[in-house]
Structure formats: structure tokens, C-alpha cells
Design a protein around this ligand. Structure first.
Ligand code: IPT
Length: 988
């Protein structure tokens, strides 16, 4: 690299040349020319393949392709074959040799050209050219004049085009390099994608910048407003609602009885700046004051609790280019799921997203475009964060973050970046923010060991015990006593937890309980909002759709499905994890107390009282509705609890169910729903709910074993059941052909079994113990006058540890008269040394069929496991086997229905009825566990003509070990002596 090299900017550490100073993103009535649309495009393979004269206005580009701006060029052509390069996914590793600031000379470079017309009357002599996002470095020519170059993929870059722009035809040429020195600062855990991926425009230049400072004093109820305006001429401020009209923006104006802005009541005051030149700029002003008080994170004088998510920008077809509709979808889905906070991991989002956060109400941790994680494997050797040569680049990114987004009331915290080690450049960035904007707090998790330059103590993926210790202020001291005193005075934030990869996460309610128990704990952000799967299709004659993850584009270094770790599937369908999170973080907690004949309502809101909610009750007898109505709950203030006696109608409904009911379980449910439409959900949308068992089921009479088991022709007959006399397998029940059941302990490994970011994954011990290759050895099949006993042993080759199992079959006089019910009691006895938990403990059987109707009474409607079961409620549900599969991007164990009392599975040939004693877990799928485990993508799963049933006594918890702790001790499934029972009968 030398100074004469016109491409030297690609590798030098400079953040750019020729750019305008950063400023706020704002709307204005001055004319703007949108340059989004089709541009001419050519992808050069590297710096040796550039088009010499491509920036010349008369260069003939008609043979070039057309590519949409904004877009990521690697996404072009999807879901078919990518047309330009291919997406590549790594979490930590750089996808090129680490030799900062050098990047490969084989550096895919997009050459973009666009002609546009500047209409008469457009103030071409005072205009800026604005790029909202270009990944990763670029240089710009307008009408053959080089304007400059820039880095910082997800921050805005503007150039003054006053001299180069002219009325009529203009030609813009932009060269975008996939790799640059900036790539070393942009090692976020996501797909590597390139191009002009956010909008481009030319805007008339008027007011340069402004900074709205609007604070709220909770002791007086007063708001103070001052707007610092930078403009070539003067400007006046109007906020009609506040009685400010054509006034000096600098104020300050002290306004009595202002309504503050919060996530729950995002009160925005409409205002306007009008410059002397006549430019009008709309303002949306939110008054709020962020402060740490006695170690507690407060806004407007009240503590806040972050029920958050980490959000990357992603769409399965367009990558990091999002439409506003997609942003709206994200914000509404968050609000609808009780989420109140978002960390813009790990870069500033499209600025329109922050407008939506202001409008609908979300606390925002706005994060800088910074991550140097790929230096960690070499112990942070040569990490840019501590190298003076990179200081300017750090400060530039930080300034571009703060300046662009400083006018958003939703932004309460600036986050320097993610996973970039520690160092002087980060400290300098924090110091710069402090002098520029003292109205927000500074976050950076990487500084957790000292917290020397941050205002929040932040960690990722710690377990609940450590969290509780921090909540109590009992964390281990830092090396330096001064830092220690500082850190102990800080509120704590879990900037990432609850790794939502694959099935899970488990254990969220444990975190939430700890968070709510300690004022110092300001809550946290689940990792992460959305799976970044890429929409693809197979090349079959009849192409099948699937979502690609790391490795699917032939990357030589990649991190597989670690990119699919969100609460939403790539198409933004909520996963069971999101439904669980919604319940765990509900801001109103209802408790149904049948013994005391009371309900209580506890309000966990920041400022909102419960008056925006309607409460309703309903009673179901074995899942059949027997009564419902409205419930009057006095308005409950934030922090308060209200207790309500059951109204007479509830008591009457319960009495009726008790006297004339089914004799089964009677559940009383209470839900809290929106009284009126909110901006983010319609009236009737449910916010919180609870259930209580009001009448316990009448105790079932133990069915008396009645029938003898008779052996004949290689079979054993027991009532309606026929067994194979040698294998002891149940082969027929009534008219239904069956296979099994057999003791089964294996699950299709979930991501939380297969991976462990901090240690040995669970799968290692399981494979060592041979749990995936257990052999079922039948020792005896013994019919007698009361039933049939099958004795077997489950063990792996080479191992002496085994599970002894006795299947005791009998026929009882169940209510399903006629044939009677076939009863199975399984007695499992571990033998030998068992040091590993069991993945599951239950029986597996199958019946013929490709799909089936499933009806059950138990927990539902969704998937649930022992440590992710807050979102399911007791009721009667109907679904189909196909609909009961949860489509995790990488197939794995899924779809369990928890604590099922009764189920009916109806295929084309008949109905199998199951009864738990008292409950059983039910997983039903059209393929085997082995097929599920072998599948890499959803389209690999093809039904095998049988319905596979798993009836489990228990499952091992899910946890979130793929990046975090495994299941807590109470959710570990140990191999211990166990007896469980289930009954079968048939219909039709
Ligand atoms: C942590 C990262 O901050 C985040 O970007 C993401 O990679 C997440 O983990 C896992 O999905 S880093 C982790 C290795 C502790």
C-alpha cells in the first residue's frame, strides 16, 4: 500500500475522507431526491479487476446488470442461486487471515452507477448526498468528481455535492468493497453481506443539525425543553401544545405539568423548527430523564425493568435491507409480546426503527457499529480497541451513532459496541459521549471487569446464582478497589441471556424471579429476536423451501446454525420461546387462589395503572366451558397489588361444576386484555393470565385387573390387545395395528445439547455413555391370569450400565366400556453406574398413518418442556400431527405437549386413546427420532408412513447451554428408579 495507490483507503484505518460532519437524521420539507431503485452494477473480483473509467459520466454501462439499491448483493437471486458471491456466516472468526488492517486483495468490489435527473428548481448549489448504509467501504464520484470515501457500514455518511451537482443529468458512481480495514471493526455475529444496503438520497441543504434536550423533573412534574440548532441562518421553535410559538429554540423552556415519555406511555409532543429560510422540520419531543439513583436504573424518577430482546436487522430474502413494514412488524410483535426494551445489537439500526420505538414505546440501548471479537482467540493480541492507530475510527463511529440518533426519546442508553475487548479507544469513545450527551447512560459489556468507563454493570449469559449474588451486591471484587466501589454502585443489566437457539430457551422464569427480587437488577435482553435463516429452495423438480444457515453456501469457515438463535423464526412467526417469554415477563401478574376464593392482581408496570385492562374469568370442566364473565378489579397502581373476592357468578359456576360436572378437573382462568385499541394491538389483546385448579378430579377408582393373558400361535392376547409372544411388543389394539411400545431415552439432540459456548456440551457425555445406541433386550414375556409381564433391559454395547424395565400389562374396566382399557405400568430400574442425565424417559410406539388429528386435555396449545412451560395452560386442544411440529431451522427434538391427561389420535384407520396416570408428556410426529436427528434442514424431513408417538414420564430440561447455562438442577433428569403408567384404548 502506498500513498499513490488510489485504493489505499480500503485498507487504511481512516474512517473516510471528504465527508460531512455527522448529524441527526431528520425530516424536512426541503426537496429530496430519492436515489433508491435499479442501479447499474458490476461485481469485480478484486482490486485487480476494477473498471478503469467507470466513474466517467459517459462511461457506457448498458451491458451491466441491474441491481436494486438498497440491497445486499449476495442476497440477489435468492431463494434461487445467489448471483453475486454468496452470504457467509461466522460468529467470532474473521473470514480472512487476521492481519489488521490488511484485507485480501481478492476483495469482491461492487461497481455501481446511477443516472439521475435534478429537476429545475432543485437547489443543486446547496445539497448533500446521503448514504444511510454501505457495507463495508466505499468511494463516490459524482459527474466524474471524486467526492470522498467512507467506512462504518451501519452509520450514515454524507458528502457535500454543492459543487458537483448540476441541474439535469447527473451520474453517480460508487465503488463498494466487501472487505476493508473497517471489516476488523465489524465482526458481529451475523452473515457477512455487502453493498449499498440502505437508502441513498440527495437532499437540499438547510438546517445542519439540532439536538432536542427535553428532560422531566418528577419532583415538580415540570419539563424543560431546549433545542440546540446548528444552521446557516436562524430558526424558530413551535410546540403548540406547550404554548411555544415561534420562539428561540435555545430556550430553555420550563413547562408545568408535562406528560413524560416512557415505554408504556410514549407521549410525544409535536413541534416544528422553522428556519429563517423557510425550511420546516417536524419534531417529536419526548420528555424524560434517565438517572441512576442509589444503584437503581430509573427514568423519570421511577425504576425501570428491561424486558428486552437483542435485535439484529434481518429479513430472510433481503438480508440487512429492511422495508419499513418489516420494522413495524418487529416493533408491534415486541409490544404484543410484553417486550419493553430493545438493544440494537450490534450496530445502529435503520433510523426509522427508532422513530417506531419513540412512537410505540420501547426503551432502546442504541449500540455502535463495533465488534472485534475475532481477536479474542489470540487473547486480544493486536485488538484495535487498544491501539492508538484505530482511535480515530472508534471516535468516528461513536460520533456517528450519537449524532444520528440523539433526538430519539426512546434511546436511553448508548452502547459502545459488542465483544471488542477493552482498551483506551473504548474509554475515549465513552469520554467523547459524556461531553456530548450527558442525558443518557453508557453501556459496554466488555468493560465488566472494571466498569471504569461505563454507567451500567453488564454481563452476558451468567447463571441465576451469579445474577442473584450481583442483585444482593455480593459479586466478587474487581482487581482495583476504586473500580470496585464504582461498579458496586451501578445498576446491573443482562445484555444477553436466554440464548434462544433451537428448542428452548429453558429457565427464563428463574431469571425473571431473580430480576424482580432485586432492585439493582435492571432486567435484560434475550439473545436474540430473530433467526437469521436465509430463504432457499432445493433444486428438485418440485423445489422445496428451506432456510439456510452457516455452511450452506460452502463457506470454508463458518458457525453453522448458531445464526438461527432467535425468538422468531426467519419468517417472523413466533417460536414457543417467544410465547414463553411473553408469559414470563407479563407486566401484570394475576394469581388465582381457589382456597381463599380470591384473585390478586400485582402491577409490575413502570407508570401505567391497570385501568387499560379488562379482566375476564372463565370456568372449564375438563376443558368444556361452563361459565365466563367480566371481573371487576379496582384500578391497581404500578407496584401495587389488589385482591378481589370471587364474585357470586364465579362461585355459582364452580358449585354447578362441582355438583353436576364430569368429576374431572375444573379450572378457573382469569385473563387481562386491552380495553381499547393501542397503537400496537387491538382491544381484546391478552396481556396476562392465570389459572387455578378449582375442583380437583374425583379420584379414579383403580381398575381391577380382570382378564387373563392367553398365549397362542406366537401371540399373546389380553382383552383387546395382541402382543408378539417373543418380543413382547404390542402389535394390535382393537382394530389398530401398533408397533412398540418400548422404553426410549433418546431425543433428537437440541442445539442446547450439542453446543456449549463455555465448556463441554452435554452431547459428549451422552455419546460416551452410548445413549444414542441403546439396545432393547427382551428377557422374558410371561402371560398370567391377570395380565402380561414383559421384562427387558436397555443398555449400550460395551457398557454395563443399564436400565431394567418391566412392562406390566393389564386390562381394566375403564369408562370406555366394551373392550376395556389396556393398562401399562412401566417400572424402570437403573442398574450399574449412571452418571449422566437421561435425555428423556418414556415409551415410543407407532401406528400407521401419514397425518392424524390430535385432541388432548392437558397443557397447551403449544410446545412445552419442564423448564419452558409457563405459557401453556390446562385446556382441551385440537391439532394435527403436522401442525404440532415446531419448524426449528435446524431440525431437533420439538413439539412436546406437557402434562397431557388424555389424548386421542385419529388417523385414517382408527383412533388411539391415551390416558396418563395422572399425566404423561406427548410428542407425536410423522418421522422417527433418528430421522429427525439426521435432518439438517426442514426439507430433509419426510414422513415415513407411520405416526411416531412418544409418551414420556419426563424430559431432561432444555436450558440454554448452546450459549449459557444448562438446565438448573431441578430440571436435570437423573436415572433413578421410576414407575409410570399409561392406558390405551381404541375407537372406531
Ligand atoms: C455473544 C455475542 O455477543 C453475540 O453477538 C452472539 O454471538 C451470542 O454470543 C451468541 O449467539 S458472544 C458469546 C460467545 C459469549
Amino acid at each position: 500500500m502506498n500513498d499513490l495507490d488510489p485504493n489505499a483507503y480500503v485498507e487504511d484505518r481512516s474512517p473516510g475522507t471528504g465527508r460531512l460532519r455527522p448529524r441527526a437524521a431528520f425530516a424536512s420539507d426541503l426537496p429530496t431526491l430519492a436515489l433508491d431503485g435499479d442501479w447499474r452494477f458490476r461485481l469485480a473480483s478484486g482490486l485487480d479487476d476494477l473498471t478503469g473509467d467507470f466513474s466517467a459520466p459517459h462511461f457506457d454501462d448498458t451491458a451491466w446488470d441491474l441491481l436494486a439499491v438498497p440491497s445486499c448483493w449476495q442476497m440477489s437471486g435468492l431463494p434461487g442461486e445467489p448471483r453475486y458471491g454468496a452470504p457467509a456466516y461466522t460468529n467470532i472468526a474473521y473470514p480472512f487471515p487476521v492481519d489488521p488492517p490488511r484485507v485480501p486483495r481478492q476483495n469482491p468490489t461492487g461497481e455501481y452507477r446511477r443516472e439521475f435527473n435534478v429537476p429545475d428548481g432543485f437547489p443543486a448549489s446547496a445539497a448533500v448526498l446521503r448514504f444511510e448504509g454501505v457495507d463495508s467501504a466505499f468511494a463516490v464520484w459524482l459527474n466524474g468528481v471524486r467526492l470522498g470515501d467512507g467506512k462504518g457500514s451501519r452509520v450514515t455518511t454524507e458528502f457535500d455535492v454543492s459543487a458537483a451537482l448540476r441541474p439535469g443529468r447527473n451520474v453517480l458512481a460508487v465503488r463498494v468493497h466487501q472487505w476493508s480495514s473497517g471489516s476488523y471493526l465489524e465482526d458481529q455475529d451475523m452473515w457477512w453481506l455487502s453493498g449499498i444496503f440502505r437508502s441513498v438520497s440527495v437532499a437540499a441543504r438547510g438546517v445542519e443539525d439540532f439536538f432536542v434536550r427535553a428532560t422531566f423533573d418528577h419532583t415538580t412534574g415540570q419539563g424543560t425543553l431546549a433545542v440546540d440548532v446548528t444552521a446557516p441562518c436562524g430558526a424558530l421553535l413551535s410546540v403548540p401544545e406547550l404554548g411555544i410559538s415561534g420562539a428561540d429554540p435555545a430556550g430553555p423552556y420550563v413547562i408545568d405539568s408535562v406528560e413524560p415519555w416512557s415505554d408504556e406511555q410514549p407521549r410525544l409532543y409535536a413541534g416544528e423548527l422553522v428556519s429563517d429560510a423557510g425550511e420546516r422540520i417536524p419534531l417529536r419531543i419526548g420528555f424524560r430523564t434517565v438517572a441512576v439513583v442509589d444503584g437503581v436504573l430509573t427514568v423519570n424518577g421511577r425504576p425501570i425493568s428491561l424486558r428486552g430482546v437483542n435485535r439484529h436487522e434481518w429479513h430472510p430474502l433481503t438480508g440487512r435491507t429492511l422495508t419499513e413494514d418489516t420494522m413495524v412488524t418487529d416493533v408491534l410483535l415486541m409490544k404484543q409480546h410484553n417486550i419493553n426494551a430493545v438493544r440494537t445489537s450490534h450496530y445502529p439500526p435503520d433510523h426509522r426503527f427508532l422513530d417506531l420505538c419513540d412512537e410505540h414505546g420501547l426503551w432502546v440501548f442504541c449500540e455502535g457499529d463495533l465488534e472485534t471479537h475475532g481477536f479474542e482467540p489470540d487473547n486480544w493480541h493486536r485488538n484495535p480497541s487498544n491501539d492508538p492507530a484505530w482511535r480515530e475510527a472508534y471516535l468516528d463511529r461513536t460520533a456517528r451513532l450519537v449524532e444520528r440518533d440523539k433526538n430519539h426519546p426512546s434511546v436511553i442508553v448508548w452502547s459502545l459496541g459488542n465483544e471488542s475487548g477493552t482498551g483506551a479507544n473504548l474509554a475515549a469513545a465513552a469520554a467523547w459521549i459524556r461531553q456530548r450527551d450527558d442525558s443518557r447512560l453508557i453501556h459496554y459489556e466488555g468493560d465488566f471487569a472494571s466498569c471504569a468507563y461505563v454507567d451500567l454493570y453488564s454481563r452476558m449469559y451468567i447463571g441465576v446464582d451469579e445474577l442473584a449474588a450481583i442483585g444482593r451486591g455480593q459479586e466478587a471484587p474487581t482487581a482495583d478497589p476504586a473500580d470496585d466501589a464504582h461498579r458496586r454502585a451501578l445498576p446491573f443489566v443482562l445484555c444477553e441471556y436466554g440464548h434462544a437457539m433451537g428448542t428452548g430457551p429453558g429457565g427464563l422464569s428463574e431469571y425473571q424471579q431473580v430480576i424482580e427480587a432485586h432492585p439493582r437488577l435492571a432486567g435484560g435482553f434475550i439473545w436474540e429476536w430473530l433467526d437469521h435463516g436465509i430463504a432457499r429452495r432445493t433444486e428438485d423438480q418440485e423445489p422445496r423451501a428451506f432456510y439456510a444457515y452457516g455452511g450452506d453456501f460452502g463457506e470454508e469457515v463458518h458457525d453453522g446454525a448458531f445464526v438461527a438463535d432467535g425468538l422468531l423464526f426467519p419468517d417472523r412467526t413466533p417460536s414457543p420461546g417467544l410465547v414463553e417469554y411473553k408469559k414470563v415477563i407479563e407486566p401484570i401478574r394475576i394469581h388465582v387462589d381457589p382456597a381463599a376464593r380470591q384473585f390478586s392482581v400485582h402491577n409490575l408496570h413502570h407508570v401505567r395503572d391497570s385501568g387499560y385492562l379488562d379482566f375476564r374469568w372463565s370456568v372449564e370442566d375438563r376443558g368444556d366451558p361452563v361459565g365466563s364473565g367480566d371481573l371487576k378489579v379496582p384500578t391497581t397502581a404500578p407496584g401495587a397489588t389488589t385482591t378481589v373476592e370471587w364474585p357470586a357468578e364465579v362461585a355459582a359456576a364452580l358449585d354447578a361444576a362441582r355438583e353436576n360436572g364430569s368429576g374431572g378437573e375444573v379450572w378457573l382462568s382469569v385473563t387481562a386484555v386491552l380495553v381499547a385499541d393501542e397503537s400496537w394491538a387491538g382491544a381484546g389483546h391478552e396481556i396476562a393470565w392465570a389459572q387455578g385448579l378449582a375442583v380437583a378430579p374425583a379420584s379414579c377408582s383403580v381398575p381391577s385387573p380382570s382378564a387373563p393373558a392367553l398365549a397362542h400361535d406366537g401371540h399373546v392376547t389380553l382383552g383387546p390387545a395382541q402382543f408378539d409372544a417373543r418380543s413382547g411388543e404390542l402389535i394390535r389394539l382393537g382394530g389398530l395395528e401398533l408397533g412398540g411400545p418400548r422404553l426410549d431415552i433418546w431425543r433428537a439432540p437440541i442445539d442446547n445439547d450439542l453446543l456449549n459456548a463455555f465448556g463441554e456440551p452435554q452431547i459428549t457425555a451422552w455419546l460416551d455413555a452410548g445413549l444414542h445406541r441403546m439396545r432393547h433386550e427382551v428377557l422374558s414375556v410371561e402371560p398370567d391370569t391377570q395380565g402380561l409381564t414383559v421384562t427387558a433391559r436397555l443398555a449400550a454395547a460395551g457398557s454395563s450400565a443399564a436400565l431394567g424395565v418391566v412392562y406390566r400389562w393389564s386390562v381394566g374396566d375403564g369408562p370406555d366400556a366394551g373392550q376395556g382399557r389396556l393398562r401399562l405400568e412401566c417400572t424402570v430400574t437403573p442398574d450399574g453406574a449412571w452418571s449422566v442425565p437421561l435425555p428423556r424417559l418414556g415409551i415410543a410406539l407407532s401406528l400407521p398413518g401419514t397425518d392424524a388429528e390430535v385432541e388432548w386435555f392437558g397443557l397447551g396449545p403449544g410446545e412445552a418442556y419442564r423448564d419452558s412451560r409457563n405459557a401453556v395452560r390446562v385446556g382441551r386442544y385440537r391439532s394435527t400431527v403436522s401442525a404440532m411440529q415446531t419448524p426449528y431451522v435446524r431440525p431437533q427434538e420439538n413439539g412436546n405437549r406437557h402434562q397431557v391427561r388424555r389424548a386421542e389420535i385419529t388417523t385414517a384407520v382408527g383412533t388411539l386413546r391415551l390416558t396418563g396416570d395422572p399425566v404423561i408428556d406427548l410428542t407425536v410426529r410423522p418421522w422417527s427420532t433418528a430421522a429427525l436427528a439426521a435432518a439438517a434442514h426442514q426439507h430433509d424431513l419426510v414422513g415415513d408412513g407411520r405416526i411416531h408417538l412418544h409418551l414420556d414420564h419426563a424430559h431432561h430440561g432444555l436450558g440454554s447451554a448452546s450459549c449459557g447455562p444448562g438446565p438448573s438442577a431441578s430440571d436435570v433428569l437423573a436415572a433413578v428408579p421410576t414407575v409410570f403408567r399409561v392406558e390405551f384404548s381404541t375407537g372406531r
